[in-house]
Design a protein around this ligand. Structure first.
Ligand code: HEM
Length: 188
């Protein structure tokens, strides 16, 4: 199944990104530093979602709008008294010219809700954030697993041959890699 292939074939890029992110998370000591991290997610995911919206077929992914993350990131930044940065554009983003490529990017965005569960707990403990600022990383809360399963089901029937699967997998890998580049760029 495509979802299994995606997991297998993007594994090393996930691990690499996770390593970078864990380093950043460990160094966060203040709400300002947490806001700086959220800005990186806002700018990258915000740019991705702008491109995804142009090419996704919403009839094939009916809960597509509910799955968008830009607004929850903006809400968290507002709660922290921070502004929203410019969204990433052009070469900073993966190539998303088709519904299948958009699905690859969405796989990465949706998968971030799984790691988000761990991250939101970490930030809650480190920063004592109880009343707000965690909506992006908390995401679907108790429904996270269910939302992930329904996303994978949808994904699996939309790419029906190896060529189509390869398009989704390549877009997912590019989405991971470009996010890593985005983090690196912010550190310089
Ligand atoms: C500290 C950072 C992160 C940690 C600790 C982490 C941890 C995890 C864990 C534990 C899972 C597996 C959950 C499960 O199978 O139930 C997972 C899956 C996943 N994560 Fe992360 N993650 C992190 C960051 C990210 C980020 C930033 C992204 C995307 C931008 C991401 C994308 C994914 C994807 C796509 C999957 C699904 C893999 C599959 O197909 O099963 N993760 N992550």
């Amino acid at each position: 199944m495509l979802s299994d292939k995606l997991k297998e074939q993007t594994k090393s890029n996930h691990q690499q990104l996770e390593k970078v992110l864990v380093g950043k998370l460990r160094s966060i000591r203040s709400k300002e530093e947490y806001a700086a991290l959220l800005k990186l997610f806002y700018s990258y995911f915000g740019g991705l979602e702008t491109e995804i919206n142009k090419v996704i077929d919403p009839t094939l992914l009916p809960d597509s709008t509910e799955r968008r993350k830009t607004q929850s990131l903006a809400d968290d930044l507002e709660f922290l008294g921070s502004t929203t940065p410019e969204k990433a554009t052009g070469d900073s983003l993966p190539t998303l010219h088709s519904h299948l490529q958009a699905l690859g990017a969405l796989y990465v965005i949706e998968g971030s809700t799984l790691g988000g569960k761990i991250i939101s707990k970490m930030m809650q403990q480190h920063l004592g954030l109880n009343g707000g600022g965690l909506s992006f990383f908390t995401s679907y809360g108790d429904r996270t697993e269910q939302m992930w399963d329904t996303f994978k089901e949808t994904l699996n029937y939309q790419a029906t041959n190896p060529e189509q699967e390869a398009v989704v997998i390549a877009a997912a890998n590019q989405t991971f890699l470009k996010f890593g580049d985005w983090f690196e760029k912010s550190a310089t």
